[in-house]
Design a binder for this molecule. Sequence first.
Ligand SMILES: [Zn+2]
Length: 271
Amino acid sequence: MKNLFFLLNIFLCSVTSVAQEFFKNDDLTISKLKDKTWVVETADNTTMYILEGSERAMLIDTGTKCTTLDEVVRKITTKPLDVVITHLHPDHAGNICYFDSIYLHPADTVMMHEYRYNGKVNYVKEGQVFDLGDTKVEVAYMPGHTPGSIVLLNRATGDCFSGDAFGSGQVWLQLEPHVPMTVYLQSCQRMRQLMEQGGICYIWCGHYPYVKRCYDLEYIRKMEVLAKRLSVGDTEGTKPFNIPPSLHALGRSVYLSDGEVTIVYNADKIN
Ligand SMILES: [Zn+2]
């Protein structure tokens, strides 16, 4: 039975889609990824996703600078909108000011002081389901990139909207507030299990313009191997990682890579 499920999973996961451009302005481009699913790519390479069900719609993340983002979303759907933030970095929550109410994981509120937000903050929890009518979207808690990183699952379509939880080729774990590698390893294991047995096929990352595709099970397996090595102190092959000074990057940034998959971490604070 498990083998049958595995074969079925391979078949389902082999069906891919090409995004078709739907709307464009100076700030962003919106393309249809698949039925009732749109990707919003901003000019500075951040990403949002819009999902539409029969009753409600969902905006996943809010990008950086996108003028009147609320009105732009209304070009896609006029249904009541749930705005869900995968994590509270400014390139994912930059336009929350346009919305009266947002959802995020409470563990990321340690960064809330970076925003002046007067709307209502609703906290999500593991396993919470947003009922959009004919579409259900489930919250899965995946700490690592931030303490409150979540991914959003549509098990019916096999889609996972991952924010930065598993990076866009490289995942950044060198940031403050710090999350131990052992905790990130658990997130990788959880994500792999969701792909092996939970019907998830496609990981749509938080910086889609860099990759223009989704990630698959092989990507997560490689990520898990790297996280496992680092969590037990095996850092062989690590190289210095040079990034411009960032609000959240502290310590000595280094990286460990396996082809298309890279973990950037703080050499002085792995766990
Ligand atoms: Zn981030």
